[in-house]
Write a protein that binds this ligand. Structure first.
Ligand SMILES: O=C(O)c1cc(=O)[nH]c(=O)n1[C@@H]1O[C@H](COP(=O)(O)O)[C@@H](O)[C@H]1O
Length: 226
């Protein structure tokens, strides 16, 4: 299992101030919608120059042609991983995966299942009457069948997916909270040690690291706990 630090900040300087306290041999970094919208590709280039592998988390969700081209644009930046919403459907995911394959890109493409900020009640609001775990399995199956290399899910569903899709399928899990830390807006949360036991391949941690007095020490503490 490896660690991905979510650099959810509002400027290049703020992101690099955190990245410069981290060790690229101990973690990867994630660039999401806030940071990328402020900085554009410059942040990805700066992180690559510092030796980090980057997960570009833009959660594309659009018609197949648009999504596949956006996924290719991410791969052209040389990122290690990029994601789409699995609820965008089979054709959207197949077209995106095929585009990466045809281009010979090494970038991992994964599908977001049910956001870790959502509970059963939140799903009901958008017309989904099955449980979060059932919906995660349904979308993970669709992602798997569409040729994606893995999914984003909560570690609460990881054991189920690991058993179903085998050891190679990437299970990338945000909603990780060390014991005693604030849940913030996350609802399906798991500690790093429990996530490890559930068979996740990569855990994503943002605020518990980026808002710590020492991000470097927070990374070491999490790695020591697993
Ligand atoms: O795709 C993601 O990375 C993602 C999916 C999901 O279901 N939940 C989720 O929290 N994320 C991202 O993971 C990070 C979690 O950050 P913290 O809650 O601060 O640890 C954020 O950057 C979210 O955008």
């Amino acid at each position: 299992m490896s660690l991905i630090v979510a650099l959810d900040t509002h400027s290049l300087d703020a992101a690099l101030a955190i990245a410069d306290q981290l060790d690229p041999t101990l973690c990867r970094v994630k660039v999401g919608k806030e940071l990328f919208t402020y900085t554009g590709p410059a942040v990805v280039q700066a992180l690559h120059a510092r030796g980090f592998e980057v997960f570009l988390d833009l959660k594309f969700h659009d018609i197949p042609n648009t999504t596949a081209h956006a996924v290719q644009a991410a791969a052209d930046l040389g990122v290690w991983m990029v994601n789409v919403h699995a609820s965008g459907g089979r054709q959207m995911m197949q077209t995106s995966a095929a585009r990466l394959k045809q281009g010979g890109y090494a970038t991992h493409l994964i599908g977001v299942t049910v956001l870790t900020s959502m509970s059963a009640e939140d799903l009901l609001d958008v017309g989904i009457t099955i449980s979060p775990a059932e919906q995660v399995v349904r979308l993970a199956q669709l992602a798997y069948d569409s040729g994606l290399g893995g999914v984003v899910c909560s570690a609460q569903e990881a054991a189920l997916l690991r058993a179903k899709f085998g050891p190679e399928f990437l299970l990338v899990t945000p909603g990780i909270r060390p014991a005693g830390s604030n849940a913030d807006d996350q609802k399906r949360i798991v500690t790093p040690a429990d996530a490890m036991r559930q068979g996740v391949s990569h855990m994503v941690v943002g605020r518990p690291i980026t808002q710590a007095a020492s991000p470097k020490q927070a990374v070491l503490d999490i790695l020591a706990s697993i």
